[in-house]
Design a protein around this ligand. Structure first.
Ligand code: GUN
Length: 286
């Protein structure tokens, strides 16, 4: 049995479908969807991620612009920049790359709240997070959206399953709570203060891990037949690897995402999908 949840393959297929859909939209509306990303500072990892986002936008026919600002920009200057993108009708989606450099990081919530919720392709705005609380998944965070899409594509049944998330961030863990609950999983969230985290991990029918520790999950830690979603991307000796020791757990799990090549490409596809939702929002709110 093939155990691989092949995010790269599915994302490529979905991107091709999107490309056709976008050409039709552009033919009909004479307006091309456009995404603006804001990158503050020069963090090499963030730069790589933002560049991949722009490259994939180009591949499917979404135009995009990167606003690259210096790390020492003032809070007001960044708020003004977001405001000008909110008021620019040619921009449909806005993505503020996180984390922000140290000083500005303190105001992350304020920046997110300034983004027009209809243009919020990250799904981080309190209005979009609130909608998710009601199981409304119009604009939801890209990584959770990609994970759920991948599980659904492979017909993974979530109803009644013990889903254990090892992460509680707004990017991954928190949105997943509601998306998994909506699908009738029993959800446990583990974090840095969880006592005996391994006992929770061992009970997981579906295990979603984003801890940023290379090969943290080994076969001794998992349940026989577990479905494993590896959100981690780490580098050991220049080589990428996930938070899961893929080779070690492969025999014992029933399904697994590789890393790289699993969740990452699905996250990018979700960003493209969200940009199209934001594009439709703008047409309907004009
Ligand atoms: N940094 C890491 N992942 C993400 C993401 O999905 N969105 C934003 N805005 N920043 C990130």
């Amino acid at each position: 049995m093939n155990k691989i949840l092949d995010g790269k393959k599915l994302a490529n297929e979905l991107n091709l479908e999107l490309k056709d859909k976008i050409e039709l939209l552009v033919d009909n509306n004479k307006i091309r969807p456009k995404l603006a990303t804001i990158l503050v500072g020069d963090d090499p990892g963030s730069k790589v991620y933002v560049n991949i986002k722009h490259k994939t936008c180009a591949e499917v026919g979404i135009s995009s612009v990167m606003i690259h600002l210096p790390a020492d920009i003032s809070k007001q200057e960044l708020l003004d920049k977001i405001d000008s993108l909110n008021n620019d009708n040619s921009i449909h989606g806005i993505l503020l790359q996180l984390p922000l450099p140290h000083e500005l990081g303190k105001y992350t919530s304020e920046f997110i709240e300034t983004i027009n919720p209809y243009k919020d392709v990250d799904g981080f705005h309190p209005i979009n997070r609130g909608k998710l609380f009601d199981y409304n998944e119009e604009l939801v965070a890209c990584t959770p959206k990609g994970i759920i899409r991948l599980l659904e594509h492979y017909n993974v049944e979530l109803k009644g399953k013990n889903a254990v998330i090892v992460n509680r961030s707004i990017l991954v863990g928190k949105p997943l709570i509601f998306m998994l609950l909506k699908r009738n999983a029993t959800v446990t969230v583990c974090h840095t203060s969880t006592i005996d985290i391994e006992s929770h991990i061992r009970r997981a029918d579906v295990l979603i891990v984003a801890v940023g520790q290379p090969k943290y999950i080994t076969k001794e830690k998992i349940k026989e037949g577990a479905i494993i979603i590896d959100v981690g991307t780490n580098r050991i000796d220049g080589k990428l690897c996930g938070d899961v020791d893929f080779e070690d757990v492969l025999d014992k799990c029933s399904k697994i995402t590789p890393s790289p090549g699993g969740v990452g490409p699905m996250t990018i596809n979700s960003l493209l999908q969200n940009t199209l939702i934001a594009y439709a929002n703008q047409k309907s709110t004009k």
